[in-house]
Ligand binder design. Structure first.
Ligand code: CTP
Length: 412
């Protein structure tokens, strides 16, 4: 039997990009031989084994043929006679279809090295269409390697368009869509993922709520970039630039969904878009089955982002109620994430990318102030419901002092 390193590890090694996983393909072996050597079988669908010590994945060379709709509509053939070339031709991209043997010899039957040099994400063969998830994978690779200058090849984009139109994407499970999307969101150029999905028509299928933002105008005096879709992508770029968490990036992505629902006669104003956004944000989160904390932040940012922008002028009582709705006493980390997302929204505007956002420090200070006031600091004669009332009174008073100090500083 012969063993080859394949897939992402070969690609990233040639690119000088860090990689964490090693996948191997085994040619000329049977499952029985693998088991006899101590490999552990994994996965119901494919003949994949884990190395007894390194736990790296070893897959028997296989050919695949699609026999039905969706991800499970596969028949595969694996046998000792399947060649390396047959295994590689069914892979997604030429740059992912290279193999390296123990001696360091590179096998590149489908031009992967040339496409690496030309910075092209190009499919290997028509077998690409056998797995619709590849549309999302290619968009994710486009996001990951954007800084290196990679583009999707024209003929691959065509194929992705056909897949998006075919209805195949609808057969993807929410778990697989969220896995690709959450990984893409953590790339430095996450916006490219959504741009590529849009370019091939997949955004409309997977995230119609986001797709609907394109072509919707905003007031140019506030949003010189005008288009709501462009603003969303610019805000996401800011979240990447800040190296913010997945929850912040996802909340930024969804913060303005309500703008796609503004009645036409009200454009380019978007009064009430925060309230209108709550339903589509909920729908996206439920469809993708995102974790609860991810959904909660997305809803809070959608609902309250204007309040954060107005923080410097809010009355102390209003600021307190905002902080309370954000669960400031129990969830300070969520308030921090909320502030980060709002800052991305503010800077995600043409020409305003580097603008100061003093609201961020102000709301952080406000959070510290209200959190520092505790029940044990109250006089001992305060009892029962009076405790709660007095705490609120003290917190609002402290916010009032903070506001005055801030305003004084502004006048100096
Ligand atoms: N592969 C494929 N089609 C898929 C998934 C995987 O052709 N839908 C092939 C590709 O050759 C890929 C390899 O299996 O390179 C390993 O897949 P995976 O580990 O999922 O991805 P990587 O390419 O290693 O990329 P990443 O760095 O994102 O893990």
């Amino acid at each position: 039997m012969q063993v080859y390193l394949v897939g992402g590890a070969v690609r990233d090694r040639l690119l000088g990009h860090p990689y964490h996983e090693k996948d191997y393909v085994v040619v000329g072996a049977t499952p029985q031989q693998m088991l006899a050597q101590g490999f552990q079988p994994v996965g119901k669908d494919f003949p994949v084994f884990l190395h007894p010590e390194t736990k790296d994945e070893y897959a028997l060379a296989r050919t695949e043929r699609k026999s039905g709709h969706g991800y499970h509509g596969f028949e595969f053939y694996t046998g000792a006679s399947v060649t390396l070339e047959q295994d590689l031709i069914r892979r997604d991209l030429t740059i992912n279809a290279m193999a390296l043997d123990d001696d360091g010899t590179l096998y590149d039957p489908y031009g992967g090295q040339q496409d690496l040099a030309q910075r092209l994400l190009r499919h290997v063969s028509d077998a690409f269409a056998e797995d619709p998830l590849r549309v999302l994978r290619i968009a994710r690779f486009a996001a990951r390697y954007k800084a290196l200058g990679f583009k999707v090849a024209d003929e691959t984009l065509q194929l992705m368009k056909q897949l998006a139109q075919s209805g195949e994407l609808e057969a993807l499970t929410p778990e697989r869509v969220w896995k690709e999307t959450s990984r893409a969101l953590m790339e430095d150029h996450a916006d490219e993922y959504f741009e590529v999905l849009r370019a091939c028509g997949a955004l409309k299928v997977l995230f119609p709520e986001l797709d609907a933002l394109y072509g919707v105008p905003q007031r140019p005096e506030y949003h010189p970039e005008i288009d709501c879709g462009i603003h969303t992508m610019m805000s996401l770029q800011q979240a990447c630039r800040g190296n913010y968490s997945l929850d912040v990036r996802f909340a930024v992505l969804l913060h303005d969904l309500g703008k796609a629902l503004t009645p036409k006669e009200e454009l380019p104003r978007h009064i009430m878009h925060e309230q209108r956004g709550l339903q589509p944000v909920t729908e996206v989160c439920e469809r993708m089955r995102v974790p609860t904390h991810t959904k909660q932040l997305a809803l809070a940012v959608c609902k309250e982002h204007l309040k954060c922008h107005q923080a410097l002028t809010l009355k102390p009582g209003t600021l307190w109620r905002l902080l309370q709705r954000l669960d400031v006493l129990r969830r300070p980390e969520r308030v921090e994430a909320f502030i980060q997302a709002c800052e991305c929204d503010s800077r995600g505007r043409l020409g305003l990318e580097n603008r100061e956002y003093p609201q961020a420090q102000y709301v952080l200070d406000a959070m510290q102030v209200v959190r520092s006031i505790k029940a044990q600091d109250l006089p001992p004669d305060i009892q029962g419901p009076d405790i709660g009332e007095m705490l609120i009174e003290k917190r609002i008073k402290a916010l009032s002092a903070l506001k005055q100090a801030f305003e004084l500083q502004q006048t100096i």
